[in-house]
Write a protein that binds this ligand. Structure first.
Ligand code: ASP
Ligand code: MG
Length: 450
């Protein structure tokens, strides 16, 4: 059998019946597509997260539940209220109501994941029905039977080996003549309890399934025709990038470009599976291919922006013991599974940046009082917010003379809080005041990329 294609559609692509219809066209246009991975319809996961947080009173819950039901009903109506799927969706909505009520009495991470996972379970039911109505032999697969994770609810880690075995056993026999429709973002631990992979995790799910099934390509369908040189809403001259390498795309995803979940490229890279990013609304516009190596390797490829950065500066209390200090600090952060983006150090202090909320599915803030208290035993902790991270992505940036002066000469009107340069040849990034970020990105794009 020729290598298969795994196609993933994001929330806006499955927001309503018309959008789902576009997805069906895209799926049917590529005969290699055997697996379709979906997000929840746009807005659904956010509503479920609100319910999972359990802070609403009965009336507030009813209002959110009504919004959820409206989204599902509109799609059901377009499909002509098919009996079986209508029943499944209504059963799911009933479960959501019960779980939301439980969450209002007592929230816990396991319950939250069960609740938050409902969005993908519903969107896939609806899309399977839509395909069947178009004459496709579509099979709805509960991904929890094949995506094995640990039990860290909210941001579970996938067991790649177990997932591979399960995928091959369960899906292998179906691949020949069925189109498999399954959920992104969710999985299950070895006790069968529902887990989630962190917000935006559907892209990552698609890549993991592609890896497990030795797929030949992955398509990520979203609402923009590919990865741009920068956010086109910020800079009008931003343009799509036809081809980009795994490393550059990984830097971009990590440092701000919202089109792709940062973890997506790990499985693709491990198995060298090319990834395509395009718009399900306008597939003819083309998109971006992400591959191991590309023909063009420009010095500057793109500029990414990530807002809501937190800068944490830790001053050692005892400068004569500075050698154990970094190990201690990173030990504490690791125990709390906090991932650090940028680091600069001096003899007695270390500055690091974190994302505002991390990417926990349940929206918990990353710097909890507990973490701050633990760090406080070792050092004086200073936390600054209102910052944004600007990253220039490209090739050989640390090897070519004059890169830093070229970049910073453009920005001499601005205060740069922290710079990371040299760790990767593909990335130069720095922290700026959130309020100046738009102007900075525009300036850089104008001078280096226009
Ligand atoms: N529905 C999930 C979210 O909104 C996962 C995804 O869309 O990738 O985060
Ligand atoms: Mg997404």
């Amino acid at each position: 059998m020729n290598p298969i294609n795994v196609a993933k559609f994001g929330g806006t692509s499955v927001a309503n019946a018309a959008a789902m219809d576009n997805c069906a066209n895209v799926v049917l246009a590529n005969p290699a597509t055997r697996i379709v991975v979906l997000s929840a319809s746009a807005g659904v996961t956010n509503l479920l997260v609100t319910l999972a947080q359990g802070e609403l009173d009965a009336a507030g819950r009813d209002a959110e539940l009504a919004k959820l039901a409206d989204i599902q009903h509109a799609i059901l109506a377009s499909l002509g209220h098919p009996a079986e799927v209508s029943d499944q969706i209504h059963a799911q909505l009933d479960d959501i109501r019960t779980m939301a009520q439980q969450a209002s009495q007592h929230t816990d991470a396991e319950l939250a994941d069960r609740l938050i996972a409902s969005g993908e379970l519903m969107s896939t039911r609806l899309f399977t029905e839509l395909l069947r109505q178009r004459g496709v032999n579509a099979h709805w697969q509960d991904v929890r039977q094949i995506m094995r994770t640990d039990s860290r609810f909210g941001k579970a880690t996938v067991d790649i080996v177990a997932t591979r075995t399960l995928c091959q056993q369960t899906l292998g026999p179906l691949l020949g003549d069925t189109l498999i429709i399954t959920q992104g973002f969710i999985g299950a631990d070895s006790d069968g309890r529902t887990t989630t992979l962190g917000r935006g995790g559907s892209d990552y799910s698609a890549a993991l399934l592609a890896e497990a099934l030795d797929a030949g390509s992955i398509e990520i369908w979203t609402d923009v025709p590919g990865i741009y040189t920068t956010d086109p809403r910020l800079v009008s001259s931003a343009r799509p990038i036809p081809e980009i390498s795994f490393v550059e795309a990984a830097e971009m995803a990590t440092f701000g470009a919202k089109v792709l979940h940062p973890a997506t490229l790990q499985p693709a890279l491990r198995q060298n599976i090319p990834v395509f990013v395009g718009s399900s609304k306008a597939p003819a516009e083309g998109g971006t291919w992400i591959r191991a190596s590309t023909e063009s390797r420009p010095l500057f490829r793109a500029v990414a922006l990530r807002r809501q950065q937190v800068l944490v500066t830790l001053h050692s209390l005892n400068m004569f013991h500075a050698y154990g200090f970094l190990a201690e600090v990173f030990g504490i952060l690791a125990r709390h599974r906090i991932s650090v983006d940028l680091i600069t150090t001096s003899e007695v202090s270390v500055s690091l940046t974190l994302d505002h909320t991390g990417s926990q599915s349940n929206g918990e803030p990353i710097l909890s009082d507990k973490v701050l208290a633990e760090l406080g035993q070792w050092c004086k902790v200073e936390v600054e917010t209102g910052l944004a991270l600007v990253a220039l992505i490209g090739n050989r940036m640390s090897e070519v003379n004059g890169v830093a002066s070229q970049v910073f000469a453009t920005l001499n009107q601005h205060n740069i809080r922290m710079i990371c340069y040299g760790a990767s040849a593909h990335n130069l990034c720095f922290l700026v005041n959130e309020g100046e970020a738009n102007e900075i990105v525009n300036r850089l794009h104008q001078t280096l990329l226009d």
